[in-house]
Design a protein around this ligand. Structure first.
Ligand SMILES: Nc1ncnc2c1ncn2[C@@H]1O[C@H](COP(=O)(O)OP(=O)(O)OP(=O)(O)O)[C@@H](O)[C@H]1O
Ligand SMILES: [Mg+2]
Length: 453
């Protein structure tokens, strides 16, 4: 699949944007703070129904506005639907497909993207919650229906925790454990589903991460993923269903493995019951779990270099893109790489390019055109202050960018000059004569422009 067109209205620093995209390699170039990330944030929103930078929609409205619209035309198999999101302050978002109102989740059936952004370094360096967000986001991208399971788990967790808080200090009083029992059951039911889904995902990512990382760094640092689960000691046997079984309709734990996992969950809840009552917190369940990531048997967090950490984070995203590719075949997810080349050395840049060479569409952003490999032809969009300054094709982004900037500077000088002349024509004659020097200085620039044309 690929993005064909993006329209934005009052989104971030874009009052109005209409931009066509072709399949292949797309480069969004512009100096710092011009709107490159804002643009890819809008595109990726259609995949995750959230921003990768902020948890509320308020920062998405162009300053001073309380609505915003993003419209994305994509190719999906033989169709080109137009997906639309209307953001409204303090009200639910609205979604449309080809002008017909639909539920928000419906949008995600038509568009899948994998975004890699500088914030993703947090997956390997940040707190466990960043890794859970990565896993859970990936799970929902694969199975949009699973969002309902997370919602249910959050509801149960809130209720159970509220009950623990209200019974704080009442541990061992008659009837208390029974009251909790109902919520324990609910926590286990939804919790084991999330755990099973995460186990399956991690199993599927592992070989793909090894491959992606090896391709990026050209060395075998043995990247390893392993789940650290608070509700299981690791002894719980599980057998996820085969990858090609519809997980929407069939349970993906065998009855035996579900039983084992449930038994461990119960045992762990029992073990921490006293502590839970003391602290008024639910201490067992997938909301407390972590994904351990190591290189050469050492944790990435605290040990790996900046470049290695960056490569593991990127490798994880590429591994996930590869998994989606298998599931969406013959379609590919759209790969979005925000500001990624600046952090890699020349060799890794070249290897990254060859890793993503055959994706249907790769959208890259960069502030420094010289960072971009010249081994492929790019469709280039130069952005300035929420506007597209110029679009073109080139395999030398630095040269293209320099040309755009030069043209732009000339254009601006011509405009400044015209404004000045206009002002002068309205001044008394004696004052405008003082500015004769300006006129002389400007002449060569006009000459240069004509020569360029
Ligand atoms: N809601 C908003 N309304 C108006 N302007 C906004 C809004 N949100 C962000 N901006 C502006 O958008 C600009 C940042 O855009 P963005 O993050 O896309 O930059 P960028 O081109 O990716 O820069 P960098 O190269 O530094 O990553 C900032 O100037 C910021 O003030
Ligand atoms: Mg940016």
């Amino acid at each position: 699949m690929h993005v064909k067109h993006l329209s934005l209205l009052n989104f971030r620093n874009y009052p109005k944007l209409e931009l066509d995209f072709k399949a292949g390699k797309v480069l969004v170039l512009g100096r710092n703070g011009q709107g490159k990330t804002n643009l890819v944030e809008a595109i990726a929103y259609f995949d995750s129904l959230s921003s990768h930078r902020v948890s509320s929609d308020a920062p998405l409205f162009l300053q001073g506005n309380d609505t915003a619209v993003a419209r994305l035309q994509v190719t999906h198999q033989n169709t080109s639907p137009t997906l639309e999101l209307e953001f409204r302050s303090r009200q639910a978002k609205k979604a449309q497909i080809n002008g017909n109102p639909v539920k928000l989740r419906e949008l995600t059936r038509w568009f899948t993207a994998v975004l890699f952004a500088p914030e993703d370094l947090q997956i390997v360096r940040g707190e466990p919650s960043s890794r859970r967000t990565f896993l859970d986001g990936a799970i929902v991208t694969r199975n949009p229906y699973f969002a309902a399971v997370y919602k249910e788990y959050d509801r149960v967790l809130k209720q159970r925790t509220a009950l623990l808080k209200s019974l704080r200090g009442a541990y061992k009083q008659p009837g208390v454990s029974e009251t909790l029992e109902f919520w324990n059951q609910q926590l286990i039911d939804t919790g084991t589903r999330i755990m099973a889904e995460r186990r399956l995902l991690v199993d599927q990512l592992q070989p793909r991460l090894e491959q992606a990382y090896q391709k990026l760094v050209a060395a075998d640092h043995r990247p390893q993923l392993s789940l650290k689960e608070s509700a299981a000691t690791g002894a719980a046997q599980y057998l996820p269903v085969a990858e090609n079984v519809s997980r929407e309709t069939s349970p993906h734990l065998t009855p035996q493995s579900r039983e084992n996992l449930t038994a461990e969950f119960i045992a762990q809840l029992r073990r921490s019951e006293r502590k839970e009552f003391e602290r008024g917190m639910t201490l067992v369940g997938p909301h407390r779990d972590d994904l351990e990531i190591s290189l050469n048997a050492l944790p990435v967090k605290g040990y790996a270099s900046h470049g290695e950490s960056w490569s593991v984070a990127l490798g994880l995203k590429l591994a996930f893109a590869d998994l989606l590719r298998d599931e969406l075949a013959p379609e590919d997810p759209v790969l979005i790489l925000d500001d990624v080349f600046a952090e890699l050395d020349a060799a890794r840049r070249a290897r990254l390019m060859s890793s993503v060479a055959d994706y249907q569409q790769v959208i890259v952003t960069a502030a420094v055109a010289e960072d971009i490999p010249t081994t492929t032809e790019w469709e280039i969009h130069v952005i300035r202050s929420g506007e597209v300054l110029q679009t073109g094709r080139s395999s030398d982004p630095a040269e293209f960018f320099a040309g755009v900037i030069k043209n732009d500077e000339m254009r601006r000088k011509v405009i400044q000059h015209a404004v000045k002349q206009d002002q002068q024509s309205q001044l008394p004659l004696s004052q405008s004569e003082d500015d004769e020097e300006q006129q002389v200085r400007f002449e060569p620039i006009l000459g240069e422009r004509n020569a360029a044309e």
